[in-house]
Design a protein around this ligand. Structure first.
Ligand SMILES: Cc1ncc(COP(=O)(O)O)c(C=O)c1O
Length: 419
């Protein structure tokens, strides 16, 4: 009989197999210093484009003050226990009410982490006879939630309304047979490539099909819409979203998340979300911190304006210089280049070491073979100087990519490793 660990010794997985070349630099890098537009990486200052602190709240003095006071007052233990048992407080309720009001829903419920919360919400919303129809490029938390579902599920092509319609036809037939209902799941903004989910068209399909819509708006909340209430507000269809989700891990620069919906749905979820019923309540310092951040999001539109000024400068600068930034409709800024994984590694090293620019890199299997995706996240703390330095750096690396410098460098590294 095999030892359970045999497969682990043999195969480290699609990402783990790169660990010896990538760890500490391309993955698990240690960014140091206060969270802002410029941080330190391996002792050198870099312009940071890899942190989802969209509104620049992470290190805002008012936020830091409230966080520190809340930590001093409540410590990190309070309240103890799950919400249902002993972890419920007035301030948890207050935050829920304010969040619900902000995203124009009747009620909201807090989640300790967005990831588990999404998994658990999907699990609670569907029964065995229900059918899930979801975007094939959905975030891992959606995929994991769908994995728990005991009934049928269909994926539709990424952001393709025609494909969604076809799958809704199939799902409708299936649901007539099983006697269940249909849940459609999309993201408000797809975090890798930056496109908004086609919520307006999806909601319009409600006139043809009977389904409920669940939207993960992790990247839209705080960045899109007139008030910052997200992709639903931006597209004028917040009412058509039956269950709305956002995390505190991006615009609110904290930890925690929430779902918002009609009161009756939230009342059901709070008694059926296993990730909240069987886990400790969100810490009070995070609740107090989220109240402060939400107040700032509501009362300081200049933060979102600055975010978009930087986003527009970065995206139009890249386009003007001939870079392919795909079809982003949000602050998420992808730059697509052609090259192999070793070339991508040499390129990122050059960007960080010689140009002081730190962004995330995505390669196959997340995107097609032969492509390199550099992903930049602008924030309100960036300056136009950061943008211009970065644009110049991108010009320089593109030239070296095209003239084969990275190919030669990566070949030298590979040869040295083979020795
Ligand atoms: C689209 C999306 N959904 C959900 C999550 C998970 O949220 P959290 O970090 O609060 O667990 C993330 C990442 O933070 C995300 O990008």
């Amino acid at each position: 009989m095999k030892d359970l660990f045999d497969k682990i010794y043999r195969d480290k997985g699609p990402l783990g197999k790169w660990a010896s070349q990538a760890e500490g630099y391309f993955v698990f890098p240690k960014l140091e210093g206060e969270i802002s537009n410029r941080m330190k990486f391996q002792g050198k200052e870099v312009v940071t484009w890899s942190i989802n602190d969209y509104l620049g709240l992470a290190n805002h003095p008012e936020v830091r003050k409230v966080d520190a006071e809340a930590a001093a007052q409540y410590g990190s233990a309070y309240p103890m226990g799950a919400r249902m048992m002993s972890g419920h407080t007035e301030l948890h309720e207050k935050l829920q009410n304010e969040l619900a009001d902000f995203v124009s829903k009747e009620a909201a419920y807090l989640l300790n982490f967005g990831y588990q919360g999404m998994v658990s919400t999907i699990d609670a919303l569907v029964a065995k006879d229900d059918i899930i129809v979801y975007d094939v490029d959905a975030h891992a938390c959606i995929i994991d939630g769908v994995r728990l579902h005991m009934g049928k599920r269909f994926t539709y092509k990424h952001n393709d309304v025609e494909s969604l319609e076809k799958n809704l036809e199939r799902a409708t037939k299936m649901a007539e047979h099983t006697g269940g209902g249909i849940l459609v799941i999309s993201e408000g903004v797809f975090g890798m490539r930056g496109e908004q989910g086609r919520l307006k068209e999806i909601v319009a399909l409600k006139s043809k099909f009977n389904f409920r819509l669940f939207v993960d708006d992790a990247h839209g909340f705080g960045t899109l819409g007139k008030t910052g209430a997200g992709a639903g507000e931006e597209q004028g269809v917040q009412d058509g979203i039956d269950v709305y989700f956002a995390t505190f891990a991006k615009s609110l620069a904290s930890t925690g998340a929430f779902i918002a919906a009609d009161k009756e749905i939230i009342d059901f979820l709070k008694y059926n979300l296993r990730s909240q019923m069987f886990a400790k309540s969100l810490q009070m310092q995070l609740v107090v911190g989220a109240l402060k951040r939400l107040e700032m999001l509501k009362t300081m539109p200049e933060l979102k304006n600055k975010l978009w000024e930087n986003t527009n400068a970065l995206q139009s600068g890249l386009k003007d210089r001939g870079f392919d930034i795909g079809t982003t409709q949000s602050c998420v800024t992808p730059v697509y280049l052609e090259g192999s994984i070793p070339e991508a590694m040499a390129l990122v090293r050059d960007l960080r070491e010689n140009h002081g620019v730190f962004c995330s890199i995505v390669v196959y299997p997340v995107i097609p073979k032969g492509m390199i995706l550099l992903r930049l996240i602008p924030t309100a703390t960036h300056t136009l100087e950061d943008v211009n330095e970065t644009l110049d750096a991108f010009d320089a690396i593109r030239e070296r990519l095209v003239n084969g410098t990275y190919k030669r460098m990566s070949a030298a590294v590979t040869a040295a490793m083979d020795k």
